[in-house]
Design a protein around this ligand. Structure first.
Ligand code: FAD
Length: 303
């Protein structure tokens, strides 16, 4: 068995594994995809002490750093359950079970979906979630961005440099994005921002997106916008479904942790975007990974 088994190989998981491995305790990492969300990120300008880097490059450095230590990294494996027995048992979709004295959950988060007709049908046929990945597919075309938070406005600015026209649809009457981003977006001639707009349907023809329907919440009118692409930027959902009924989660599904990274299950710690820590950022995920690693070490020397 492991002494610490880290579930997730994003910044939080990598950081936790380095901290525990440096204590000389037997550490394993099991993840679907090493690097997590960082693999989907292009420019990173807020990783302190590194003025600019790119997702895949940062992930390569993370991997290299983890490999400096004796850590078992198992990728392309999905964890489906965590159970407290004599040791903590972690079940995989493959049917295998891994055992460990302690566990650190660092499974991160994923894009939230709109849940409107057409979204699933046209996913990958115009409905997209990652502007950095799919933006270039819409070169010279019209697209919509759903959501006026930081990710939505960032996406709009990013896309405006590639596509013909960007329409941002925000549900509420204000944009939640940072003022500097909003100013930038407003200064770009090919970005239109519509507030109080509730997206109600994705419209498609011949297997691809041709537009969307939205309701003007103030006037109670329905409008159609002709677009070839729809970028959904309405937040993140924690990857914690497999933990339901296992340990304490918030209403939104985030794992509740204390200041040591402990969860409600003894010996199980958590870190990063999957937890109820505010502000989902790389540097914060790494910090909380370090906390969870040290928390797990503390637990092990006391039990
Ligand atoms: P994640 O990075 O989500 O990693 C989760 C890990 O868990 C992955 O390895 C995944 O494969 C694994 N996993 C999930 N479920 C399971 C399961 N059931 N079984 C096994 N493994 C599982 N932050 C910044 O600081 N600066 C930025 O510029 C920035 N830009 C971003 C741009 C984009 C497009 C996105 C999506 C995010 C961006 N972020 C940025 C946020 C940052 O990427 C996240 O806060 C950070 O990656 C969270 O790290 P994490 O380790 O908690 O989770």
């Amino acid at each position: 068995p492991y002494e610490v088994l880290v579930i997730g190989g994003g910044p939080a998981g990598a950081s936790a594994a380095i901290y525990t491995a440096r204590k000389g305790i037997r550490t394993g990492v099991v993840a679907e995809r090493f690097g997590g969300q960082v693999m989907d990120t292009v420019g990173i300008e807020n990783f302190i002490s590194v003025p600019y880097t790119e997702g895949p490059k940062l992930v390569a450095h993370l991997e290299q750093h983890v490999k400096e230590y004796d850590v078992d990294v198992i990728t392309e494996q999905q964890v489906t359950g965590v159970k407290k027995a004599e040791l903590i048992e972690v079940t995989l979709a493959s049917g295998a079970t891994l055992k460990s004295r302690s566990v650190i959950l660092a499974t991160g988060a994923r894009w939230r979906e709109m849940n409107v007709p057409g979204e699933q049908e046209y996913r990958g046929k115009g409905v997209a979630y990652c502007p950095h990945c799919d933006g270039p597919l819409f070169k010279g075309k019209k697209v919509a961005v759903i959501g006026g938070g930081n990710s939505g406005i960032e996406a709009a600015i990013d896309l405006a440099g590639i596509v013909q026209q960007v329409t941002v649809l925000e549900f509420s009457d204000t944009l939640r994005a940072d003022a500097v981003l909003v100013r930038k977006a407003e200064s770009m001639p090919n970005i239109t921002i519509i507030k109080q707009a509730m997206t109600t349907e994705v419209l498609g023809e011949d297997g691809k997106v041709v537009g969307l329907k939205y309701k003007d919440r103030q006037k109670d009118e329905t409008h159609v916008v002709d677009v070839a692409g729809i970028f959904v930027q309405i937040g993140l959902v924690p990857n914690s479904e497999f933990l339901r009924d296992t340990l304490e989660l918030t209403e939104r599904g985030e794992i509740v942790i204390d200041s040591h990274g402990s969860t409600s299950m003894p010996g199980v710690f958590a870190a990063g975007d999957v937890t109820n820590t505010p502000y989902k950022q790389i540097i914060i995920a790494m910090g909380s990974g370090a906390t969870a690693g040290l928390g797990a070490f503390d637990y092990l020397i006391r039990n």
